[in-house]
Design a binder for this molecule. Sequence first.
Ligand code: THU
Length: 128
Amino acid sequence: MTDELIDRARNRAENAYAPFSKFRVGAVVVAADGTTYEGANVENSAFGSAMCAEATAIGNAVSNGIRKIDTVAVACIDADEPGYPCGNCRQLMVEFGVERILIDGPEGVVEYNLDDLIPHGFRLQSDR
Ligand code: THU
């Protein structure tokens, strides 16, 4: 399962639009209902408008009605070390209750939970 998800993330990264950074990232989301959604990073000439792979995959899931995500698998195919999700993507993961993050790296896949990556992530008081 882990290897299959990482393979899919790597394949998806091939579709990244990253002409500026040359840093291609792919992500696969596994929702609580077992359905999966993929995404790649999408850059823009206005650099600040870039979208991360994790964000596009999560956005894809959420726009298909998903509200609970179990796993996010990430692969940066141009990196020579594990590509950890940025802060914004970690906060997106908090919103949808991600339990497991799989990150591809040269020495194999590393696995984290959200508390490892974003302890005390922001939640509105009304969510508690
Ligand atoms: N990027 C991701 O796709 N995910 C992250 O968590 C961090 C960064 C992308 C955004 C941009 O297209 C490129 O990597 C370089 O920052």
